[in-house]
Design a protein around this ligand. Sequence first.
Ligand code: ATP
Ligand code: ZN
Length: 322
Amino acid sequence: MGPREVLFLLTSRSFFVYINKKETGFFYFKMAKLNENNLKLAIQKEGRLTDETLSFLQKSGIEFESYKQRLFSVGRNFPLEILFVRDDDIPGYVSSGVADLGILGLNVVYEEKPDVQILLNMGYGFCYLTVGVPKESKFETVYDLKNKTIATSYPKATQEFFDKMEVPIKLIKINGSVELAPTLGVAQAIADLTSTGSTMALNDLRPLTKIYDSQAVLIGNNDSLRTKERKKLIDRLIMRFKGVLAAKNYKYIMMNAPEKILPKLKETVPGLKSPTVAPLAEKGWISVQTVIREDVFWETIEKLKELGASGILVLPIEKIIL
Ligand code: ATP
Ligand code: ZN
């Protein structure tokens, strides 16, 4: 059952009710009782963010039943209930307090401007909103789009961008397949989300300028963040999320090195605090264990080899609790 087939959905902190139509034409009704004290986290039921969000939750050590065919799922080892909803509904659920937390694209937050707090960048779902024009067109800068029609699913952000540039434009809001608008003659340019630009290229469009960068973010309800007990639970969850994020950015390394290079080694691999050093059986040699940052991985390894380190062993890290 896809989220769109739900005809009617009513939720509050303690109930989840929906009315649906079967293939037979009959309507049916389901109701689930939610535990008021549990944290409620709204995530995308079906879409680009779903798989990565579920795997992120699993990496955070939260176990829950498979979500297929479900509208919500209860964490087995954390007082958390996961609500599976359309991503566009997440701002409303979180700002109204039906859910304490939500994970969704920053692009949706920018567009809807819900009254919520952005708590954490999740490190996946990277994409950007970009202005695209037909490859063969003469448009070179945003200023060339003066008084032109731009098709987009993100009218607010697009309008704000052109207002800031002081370029008057006309907007047409399209919900899907925005990239077809120029071919169909509906608009001269588009503003659309992309992660690689390939959909644009496939449709004979070229990027003109970027409006903003986006990724999945964790948002929180203002009241929940002000309520002591709830805030405590939210902080526990965020600590777990940060552990997963930190682990992704670091690798654990072990190596052998001549003792005399230790000061230089420490400069190259400062580690989280400082490296662990142990003597080796061979005199004048030590074993060093530490963590290094993923983004400077190869530079660091090359420097270590130059300094005289050998037998370098690199291991993935599951979690880092700072
Ligand atoms: P629906 O509302 O019907 O579920 P949607 O288009 O809002 O569809 P998805 O296409 O699943 O939902 O996108 C969800 C989120 O994934 C986007 O809001 C955005 O944050 C992120 N995303 C990552 N890469 C891309 C991309 N290349 N194009 C569009 N969105 C992307
Ligand atoms: Zn959506």
